[in-house]
Design a protein around this ligand. Structure first.
Ligand code: HEM
Length: 397
């Protein structure tokens, strides 16, 4: 008896599918929960249940060989939290993990809300602006560099570095090759930072160097630990806020729902992340053969966990293509991953997202949006630009 492997020749990393991937994800989910991607030379888990189960099974779906489809990138990821398995992973994550818990982040809430309020005041005065450059980037760029610890003199490099870090995460295509220089210089800077110790006092970076002084980590582990927090903390949140404006511009009745009941903002932020998951996918390597729905993935194979496809799986989410801020299971999304590698920075991302939506909801009636331009990045699903005009809410009283 011959068995056929479920496969597809779709290239998820071509320009067309980076701009508009959702129909392709639907096609892949229709083929099966596990599909061989000929163009990527990798397997993909396409449906919610299987993606989530893989995140809970690090013993078989290992991150220790890196989470990228590009070998060079996996070399530079070595020693990061992202690219390790327990027990090393748990040790690395514990180094500054305590600083990212909701309790530790609480003192930042007032500062984040105040930046968000000031930003909305400025933007309402301007009326029309770009939702990515002038809105989505402002809060993360105002908070994250100092929080993570990168000194002022590199702030203008952080966004290009973060974009390069994500571009080089997936297949060795032209986009990935063009970004290799950026990844390299970011890595070299992190090596220099460990030596110069020129990190912002009290930051995550300072916490990493304190751990070095205590002997909890080796000098060689520090650059990787510094990088663990930089790249994922900027582009992901910027993507989420940009997508929120885009979605609420297209679905004004959903914005009305938020304006009528601000307590649903956390659910609405989850629904934005479900609809437009900022990170499309990361991969794992199988440590032993694993059979899913009758298909056996051999040991030592690269497997993409398609977060963005799982979040639109019709088996999990009713009417998955519909944006519904009151969706009952919006919080079940896997946009932050899940399991041992579940996003370490989600508390901060949520603080930022809730603060921006809250500040906008009390003072903006409508987003009048123009034509969006998509960012062409291998991993991050984001807008590069979105012209928007804010229609102010009538002043009450
Ligand atoms: C909306 C914003 C964000 C999204 C959608 C997001 C998404 C993700 C995803 C999908 C993973 C899982 C990777 C995997 O399983 O291989 C992850 C891990 C991670 N994220 Fe985030 N992230 C966001 C914000 C942040 C922020 C603000 C920070 C830092 C302050 C951060 C730091 C990390 C770290 C350190 C990991 C690795 C965790 C581990 O491997 O144990 N992220 N993120």
């Amino acid at each position: 008896m011959t068995t056929t492997i479920p496969s597809s020749d779709l290239d998820l990393y071509c320009d067309e599918l980076i701009r508009e991937p959702y129909e392709a994800y639907r096609e892949l989910r229709g083929i099966g929960p596990v599909v061989w991607l000929e163009a990527s030379h990798a397997w993909a888990l396409t449906r919610y249940a299987e993606v989530k189960a893989a995140t809970e099974n690090w013993q078989i779906f290992s991150s220790a060989e890196g989470v990228s489809l590009t070998p060079f990138t996996n070399e530079t990821l070595r020693g990061t939290i992202l690219a390790s398995d327990p027990p090393l992973h748990d040790h690395l994550r514990s180094v500054v993990g305590e600083r990212l818990t909701p309790r530790s982040l609480r003192p930042m809430r007032a500062q984040i809300q105040s930046i968000a309020e000031d930003l909305v005041t400025t933007l309402l005065r301007r009326g029309s602006f770009d939702a990515v450059t002038d809105l989505a980037r402002v809060l993360p760029m105002g908070i994250v560099p100092a929080f993570v610890g990168w000194p002022d003199d590199v702030h203008d490099k952080l966004l290009p570095w973060a974009a390069a870090a994500f571009d080089t995460m997936e297949p060795p295509n032209e986009r990935c090759k063009a970004s290799m220089g950026g990844r390299r210089s970011m890595f070299e800077y992190a090596v220099g930072l460990t030596e110069s110790r020129n990190v912002v006092p009290g930051s995550l970076g300072a916490g990493v160097l304190d751990a070095l002084d205590r002997g909890d980590v080796e000098p060689a582990q520090c650059p990787a630990l510094l990088l663990d927090y930089l790249a994922p903390a900027l582009d992901t949140t910027i993507s989420a806020v940009g997508s929120a404006v885009w979605l609420f511009g297209r679905y004004p009745e959903q914005w009305d729902r938020i304006r009528q009941d601000l307590t649903i903002i956390p659910n609405a932020f989850n629904e934005v992340l479900r609809m437009e998951s900022p990170a499309r996918a990361f991969s794992r390597v199988t440590t032993e053969p694993v059979t899913i729905a009758g298909t056996t993935i051999p040991a030592g194979q690269r497997v993409l966990l398609l977060w963005a496809s799982a979040n639109r799986d019709e088996r999990m989410f009713e009417r998955p293509e519909e944006f519904d801020v009151t969706r009952l299971n919006a919080n079940a999304h896997v946009a932050f991953g899940f399991g041992v590698h579940g996003c370490a920075g989600q508390g901060l991302a949520r603080l930022e997202g809730h603060a921006i939506l809250g500040a906008l909801a009390t003072r903006v009636a409508r987003f009048d949006i123009g034509t969006p331009t998509m960012a062409m990045n291998n991993v991050i699903r984001a807008l590069a630009a979105l012209p928007v005009t804010l229609i102010p809410a009538p002043v009450s009283g």
